[in-house]
Ligand binder design. Structure first.
Ligand code: BGC
Length: 750
C-alpha cells in the first residue's frame, strides 16, 4: 500500500494555506521547514514562515508579575533560523502568484514513501500565458543537514522567458500572538546576523541567538537546467539573492534545484565550516541520488513501523500521516528530543514535555529502539539541570525534571499547571523502564538509565511524607490541567510507586550482573535509601472511593461541583480560553485523561471493576480539550470491551491534525496525539502490554475493518501481528523465538 496524502491546491483560501504550512512541512528530526509557498502569500495574510533546528534555542525573558522565590524568569524558545524557501517565479515578466493569475488545476501531495512533498499546478497569468509548475521539497533523512527544493516550470502555450529569483534571508522573526497562551506572546528579535556572503557559488549566512549565544549557519547553492542564459547575484547585509533566467519554448522545462544546509554550534565547533562540508556532501551527487536514499530510508521505516489497515481508507491514511510525522519530528541524536509540535511550527515554542515519554516513546520503543534510547539519553544529558531544578523548588535531594524545556531548564511560566506536574519524573522513569523491558539493554541502564531512576525516586521521598501509615504526595498537579495543586493525585502516586519500585529493581538487576557500581558512585546511593524507596512504594497511598467504586482523581476532586458539560456551548471549548483557571479548578471537569491514563499504564494496580467504574465516571466530566486525551479513552475502552466507543475515540485521535479538529494545527502538529494513535491500535485494539512478567497481546478486530497488521521489536527479535476475521497470527520475522502471552495463554513464536 502506498503511503500518500493529497489535498487540493489553488483556491485563495489563505487560512487553508496557513494550515497547509503545517500539514506539508518537511522535517527529518534535525531540521524542519514549514510548507510555505515559495513565493509567499499576499501582504497582510497570516503566515508562519519558519525553519527550525531541533534543540536550537534562544533565551527570552519571562515576566512574572510578582517576584516570588524560585519562579522562572527566563525561558528557552525555538528560533526561526533563516528563510531559504523563497523562490519568486516570473513568466515573460509576469509574477507567478496565487493572487495575480489563476490556478487552473493543482494539488499538494505528501508522498511518505518517497519522503517528499509536491506542489503541482497549472497556472495562467493575467495575460493568458500558461505554465505547468511542479515543486518538490525534501528534508533528507540520509543527510540530516540537507533541505532541497526542486522547482520545475514548463511553458504550455507560449515561448518566452522564465525567471527565478532565489532568496536566502537571514533576517527572520518568530511568530507571536499575544492572545493565545499556546504560542509566544511577545514579538522578539532572536537572531543577530554575523556574516553574509558568497563563496564558490554558495551563499552563507552566519547568525547567533541574541541571548543564548548559540551559532547557526545556513548555506544555499543552486543547480539549473538548462544551462543559463543569465545569472545575477545580489549580496546584501542580511540576504543573498540570485536570479536565473532562461528562454524556453513551449513544452520545454526549466529546473532549478536549490540546496540548503543547516549547521549549529550545539553540534559543531565551527558551524560555518560544518555548513561548508555538509554542502560539499550535498552537491557531491545528483539530487536523484538523494531521492533514492530517502526512499530506501523510508522503505526500512515502513517495514518496521507500518500499521496496515484494511477496511477504512480514510482512517488508514490518517494513521500513516501520524506515524510519518513522528519520524519527521524525532531527534536523531541526544541533543534534541521531540517537541510538542515537532519541527512543524512554533506552538509551545518548541518545548519538550512529558508527551515524549508517555505518548511517543511507546511507538519508538517497539519500532526503533535506537531512537528510543536517544530520547532517554537526552533526559540523561539534562539530568544535572534537573538536579538544579529540584534545588530551586526546595528539594534537598534528587532531581526534578522541568515540565517544559529545550536545554534542560524549566520554561513554564504558570507553575500551577507547569512545574507542579511532578509526574514528569515518573513519566521519564516509566519510559526508561519501558526501554529496558523492550530491549533488555542492561548496559544502557548501568550507563544512564539507573541514574535517572535513582534521582527521580529520591525526589519522591523528599516531596512526599508519611501520614496515618501511608505515604502521601501533596500539592502537585496531575496530567489534568483543569485541576491544579492537589493532594494525592492518583496518577502521580501510582506513577511514583512504579518509579520507586524500579529504582530498587534496577539496582538489584545491575548488582546481580556486577554492573551496579557506576550509577551508585555517581549518585552516592546508600542502602538505606533503597530501603526507604521500598517502604514508600509499599505504603503509597492510592485514593479509592468505596461508594462510587472508583479512584478519585485526588483527595478533593469528588467533593467539588460537577461541570455540566452537556449544556456548555460548543463555542466555549477549549474552556481554558474562556474561563479563569481558578473557576475551572473548583469544578469536577477535566481537560484530559488523568486517572483513566493511570488505569491504562498501571492497569494491575486496580481491579477491572474499578477501572470500568472510573472510566464511566470521568468520561462524563472530560472535555478532551487537550489533544492527549481521546487516544487514552480509546485504549481503555478497548480494554473494557467497549468496542464502539474505542473506535470513535480512536477516529477522533487519528484525524485530529489532518482535519484540524482542535483548530490550532496552523501552529504545528500534535505529536503526542500522533503517538496516541499508534497506541490506540497496538495497545488498544491489539492489547499489547510490556510488563515485568513479559509480553502479552489480546487483539480484537474493530467491526469496520477487515484486518490489520503491524510489526514490533522485542528483546532483539521482530514479531509480526496480523489480525483478521479468522483470528490472530503471530510470525517471527527476525531473531530468536519469543514467548508471548496471547489472551493470557503462553505461546512461543518461532
Ligand atoms: C496538555 C499537556 C501537554 C501539552 C503539550 C497541554 O495542552 O494539557 O498535557 O503536555 O499540552 O502537548
Amino acid at each position: 500500500m502506498k503511503h500518500y496524502y493529497e489535498a487540493s491546491y489553488g483556491s485563495r483560501d489563505y487560512e487553508e494555506l496557513l494550515l497547509q504550512e503545517t500539514i506539508f512541512h518537511n522535517a527529518n528530526g534535525y531540521i524542519g521547514v514549514r510548507g510555505c509557498l515559495e513565493e509567499g502569500l499576499p501582504p497582510g495574510c497570516d503566515t508562519i514562515r519558519g525553519s527550525y533546528i531541533n534543540g536550537f534555542y534562544d533565551f527570552a525573558k519571562m515576566s512574572q508579575a510578582e517576584k516570588l522565590c524560585g519562579l522562572v524568569e527566563e525561558k528557552q524558545t525555538m528560533v526561526n533560523v533563516a528563510d531559504t524557501q523563497t523562490i519568486l517565479l516570473k513568466v515573460d515578466g509576469e509574477a507567478c502568484r496565487l493572487e495575480e493569475g489563476e490556478v487552473l488545476e493543482g494539488a499538494r501531495v505528501l508522498d511518505m514513501d518517497k519522503g517528499i512533498t509536491l506542489r503541482r499546478f497549472r497556472y495562467e497569468t493575467p495575460q493568458g500565458k500558461q505554465v505547468q509548475v511542479e515543486i518538490r521539497r525534501m528534508a533528507s533523512f540520509a543527510l540530516l543537514s540537507l533541505f532541497t527544493i526542486e522547482y520545475r516550470v514548463k511553458p504550455l502555450n507560449f515561448d518566452g522567458i522564465v525567471e527565478f529569483v532565489s532568496v536566502h534571508e537571514g533576517k527572520v522573526e518568530n511568530y507571536s500572538n499575544p492572545n493565545d497562551p499556546r504560542v509566544a506572546g511577545e514579538r522578539m528579535v532572536h537572531l543577530r546576523q554575523e556574516s553574509c556572503g558568497v563563496r564558490d557559488n554558495v551563499s552563507y549566512i552566519v547568525s547567533s541567538a541574541v541571548h543564548s549565544g548559540l551559532g547557526v549557519c545556513t548555506a544555499t547553492a543552486h543547480k539549473m537546467t538548462p544551462a543559463l542564459d543569465q545569472e545575477q547575484e545580489w549580496v546584501e547585509e542580511t540576504s543573498v539573492k540570485k536570479q536565473f533566467s532562461v528562454f524556453l519554448r513551449a513544452g520545454q522545462t526549466a529546473v532549478l534545484e536549490k540546496y540548503t544546509v543547516f549547521a549549529d554550534s550545539i553540534r559543531s565547533q565551527n558551524c560555518w565550516q560544518t555548513a561548508e562540508e555538509e554542502m560539499g556532501r550535498a552537491l557531491s551527487c545528483p539530487l536523484s541520488e538523494w531521492y533514492e536514499k530517502q526512499e530506501a530510508y523510508l522503505k526500512d521505516f515502513w517495514e518496521n513501523s507500518a500499521l496496515e489497515i484494511a477496511g477504512d481508507e480514510e482512517l488508514s491514511r490518517a494513521v500513516d500521516y501520524n506515524l510519518y510525522q513522528l519520524l519527521q519530528s524525532v531527534s536523531k541524536d541526544a541533543y534534541g528530543n521531540i517537541a510538542a509540535k515537532g519541527l512543524s511550527g512554533e506552538g509551545y515554542e518548541g518545548h519538550y514535555f512529558w508527551d515524549t515519554e508517555m505518548y511517543i516513546q511507546p511507538f519508538f520503543v517497539l519500532t526503533n529502539p535506537k531512537l528510543s534510547r536517544n530520547l532517554i539519553a537526552y533526559r540523561y544529558e539534562i539530568l544535572e539541570e534537573a538536579r538544579k531544578n529540584a534545588r530551586i523548588l526546595g528539594h534537598k535531594k534528587g532531581a526534578l525534571y522541568p515540565w517544559r524545556t529545550i536545554m534542560g531548564r524549566e520554561c513554564s511560566g504558570y507553575f500551577p499547571s507547569g512545574s507542579a506536574q511532578y509526574h514528569i519524573n515518573g513519566d521519564i522513569a516509566y519510559a526508561t523502564v519501558a526501554y529496558y523491558l523492550a530491549t533488555g539493554d542492561l548496559e544502557f541502564m548501568a550507563e544512564k538509565g539507573a541514574e535517572i531512576l535513582y534521582e527521580t525516586a529520591r525526589l519522591w521521598l523528599d516531596v512526599g511524607n508519611y501520614y496515618n501509615g501511608t505515604f502521601q504526595i501533596h500539592t502537585v498537579t496531575g496530567p489534568d490541567e483543569y485541576t491544579c495543586l492537589v493532594d494525592n493525585n492518583y496518577f502521580t502516586n501510582v506513577n511514583a510507586q512504579y518509579n520507586l519500585h524500579w529504582a530498587v529493581k534496577i539496582y538489584r538487576l545491575l548488582k546481580e550482573a556486577g554492573m551496579e557500581e557506576k550509577a551508585v558512585a555517581r549518585t552516592g546511593l546508600l542502602p538505606e535509601e533503597l530501603r526507604a524507596f521500598e517502604e514508600a512504594e509499599t505504603h503509597m497511598y492510592l485514593p479509592y472511593d468505596e461508594k462510587l467504586g472508583i479512584n478519585p482523581q485526588d483527595d478533593s476532586f469528588l467533593s467539588k461541583k460537577m461541570w455540566d458539560l452537556e449544556h456548555t456551548n460548543k463555542e466555549e471549548f477549549p474552556l481554558l480560553l474562556h474561563y479563569h483557571p481558578m473557576y475551572l479548578y473548583r469544578y469536577q471537569v477535566c481537560k484530559q485523561a488523568d486517572t483513566v491514563l493511570a488505569h491504562f499504564i498501571f492497569e494491575d494496580a486496580q481491579s477491572m471493576e474499578t477501572i470500568r467504574n472510573s472510566f464511566l465516571y470521568y468520561e462524563k466530566v472530560t472535555t478532551h480539550d487537550s489533544s492527549l486525551s481521546t487516544c487514552i479513552y480509546s485504549i481503555v475502552a478497548s480494554r473494557l470491551g467497549m468496542k464502539e466507543k474505542a473506535y470513535e475515540y480512536f477516529g477522533d485521535s487519528a484525524k485530529l491534525d489532518l482535519f484540524n479538529t482542535h483548530k490550532n494545527t496552523k501552529d504545528g502538529i500534535h505529536t503526542a496525539n500522533m503517538g496516541g494513535t499508534y497506541m490506540g491500535i497496538v495497545y488498544g485494539f491489539a492489547g499489547l502490554r510490556l510488563k515485568e512478567q513479559g509480553l502479552s497481546l489480546a487483539p480484537y478486530l474493530p467491526e469496520k475493518w477487515e484486518s490489520y497488521r503491524f510489526c514490533f521489536f522485542y528483546q532483539g527479535s521482530q514479531i509480526q501481528v496480523e489480525v483478521d476475521r479468522e483470528g490472530t497470527r503471530l510470525t517471527l520475522k527476525k531473531g530468536a523465538p519469543v514467548t508471548v502471552f496471547l489472551f493470557e495463554k503462553e505461546y512461543i513464536v518461532t
